[in-house]
Design a protein. Structure first.
Length: 337
């Protein structure tokens, strides 16, 4: 049968013609659509690659999303509550060499193998005793006998102090080197920005010291009815000019903050899992060997040490608190000179 021209077809003929559904019609792709499709596939591929690369980091720092989901004040409280020592420091301090590695005990906890926990506690106590046992007993003696110091201030006394600080810092460097660590792993890195932050921390610490001194005096007055006497540091520390006091006062901030702050806090926070314990012990140790200044002054400057300890617990940067501590020591030296 010959084909009927379209203009002669009736409505009944067109009714039986099969017309494809609009959803099944094949639309020829446009160049713009192909470009967007290519961009989408490329972005998805890059996102998958980034997720695979970050998988190990996410596993190592599993608590990080919970911290960063909190507001600023929430992160502050959470960091103080549990503490987060640096991952590189914990890995280096916790993992012994391959030849002597032991399987961790299920009761050791905190991700630190049981075979190294005792060794780390021993090293911590050894460094602390070498660094602070002498200053502590000297401070207690001067506190009990302020008018009869057993070792009068002189060039010899400050030279002995410099030698003691160098020995303690050398011991710390040796303990760190046994794990292939350096002072930079405790947060000591030179930075002009950290120096500026140190000036800001010094201002905050000064305000904390003034508030602490007022609180100590007010508490003493409420209990005893009189203001607490403040002994003159000139009669206890530097009764006359001493040239050796200059290098001693310049080295002391680095000595104190690297040992009593950076090393001691990092180790205690890692071994106990609590930055709060690390802060309390660090401030308590510093308070103990400043007793030669008297209860009032020692308690007051503890508020300053508390600012340093909280900053280090949050930021793990040692240079700013060394700069801050150094400013106060230089200011004290100019007053005593």
């Amino acid at each position: 049968m010959p084909a009927v021209p379209s203009f002669l077809r009736t409505s009944s003929d067109r009714r039986f013609k099969k017309t494809p559904h609009p959803s099944r019609q094949v639309v020829p792709p446009s160049p713009l659509g192909e470009g967007f499709d290519l961009l989408g596939r490329t972005a998805l591929s890059r996102a998958k690659d980034a997720l695979r690369e970050d998988a190990d980091t996410t596993k190592r720092v599993s608590a990080r999303p919970a911290h960063f989901a909190l507001p600023a004040w929430g992160r502050l409280l959470e960091f103080i509550r549990i503490g987060l020592p640096s991952a590189s420091y914990n890995r280096a301090m916790a993992d012994p060499p391959e030849s002597t590695r032991r399987a961790p005990s299920p009761n050791s906890g905190l991700g630190v193998p049981a075979g190294t926990r005792g060794q780390r506690w021993f090293e911590l106590c050894l460094v602390s005793l070498v660094a602070f046992s002498g200053p502590f007993w000297g401070a207690v003696y001067i506190f009990e006998n302020p008018s009869n110091p057993w070792f009068p201030a002189s060039n010899a006394r400050f030279l002995v102090g410099i030698l003691h600080e160098i020995i303690a810092l050398s011991l710390l460097a040796y303990v760190l080197s046994r794990r292939s660590l350096r002072f930079r792993d405790l947060g000591f890195r030179w930075s002009l920005r950290d120096t500026g932050i140190g000036l800001l921390i010094a201002a905050i610490a000064w305000v904390a010291y003034d508030l602490g001194y007022f609180a100590v005096q007010l508490t003493h007055y409420r209990i005893f009815g009189v203001w607490a006497p403040a002994p003159s540091p000139r009669s206890l520390v530097l009764p006359h000019h001493s040239v050796a006091a200059i290098p001693y006062f310049l080295l002391s901030p680095f000595f104190e903050e690297m040992i009593v702050r950076a090393y001691l806090m990092t180790e205690i926070a890692s071994l106990t899992g609590s930055s709060t314990i690390a802060i309390v012990i660090s401030v308590g140790v510093q308070f103990s060997y400043h007793l030669y200044q008297g209860w009032t002054q020692a308690l007051s400057i503890s508020f300053m040490f508390l600012v340093f300890a909280i900053y280090y617990a949050l930021r793990r940067r040692a240079l700013p608190i060394i700069v801050s501590h150094g400013l106060f020591d230089i200011w004290s030296l100019t007053r005593l000179w």
